[in-house]
Design a protein around this ligand. Structure first.
Ligand SMILES: [Zn+2]
Length: 114
């Protein structure tokens, strides 16, 4: 590998790291009721005192609203929490098998595709 290629690779790596760090993260938004207009980059936590539902736009771009139960006795149900940096995480992964097929994790405000 020439010094040019090495330098280029190094630069590309730094650029990717900066980009990843700068990229907006999905943040939790507490609401009493789910609004009609769902904004991207938000994980809505629906509930008066305790959130019983998490909702977000499907990250694949299909414009579908994903609604997930946070109620423990429901099956399936999810856990949503706020990271120290204010970003949102979800567990387990979301798999929209019968519709658009999107399968992803939401971790630290980022979509991790499966
Ligand atoms: Zn989708």
């Amino acid at each position: 590998m020439s010094w040019r290629q090495r330098a280029f690779r190094r630069l590309a790596g730094i650029w990717r790291a900066i980009w990843a760090w700068r990229a907006p993260r999905i943040r939790p938004t507490a609401v009493a009721d789910l609004p009609n207009e769902i904004e991207p980059m938000k994980l809505y936590l629906v509930g008066e005192e305790e959130a019983w539902q998490a909702a977000m736009l499907c990250p694949c771009g299909c414009q579908a609203i994903i609604q997930l139960s946070l109620i423990r006795r429901d099956s399936p149900h999810w856990r949503a929490w706020t990271e120290a940096d204010g970003s949102a995480s979800l567990s387990p992964s979301v798999w929209r098998k019968p519709t658009c097929g999107a399968h992803f994790w939401l971790r630290r405000g980022r979509i991790i595709w499966c």
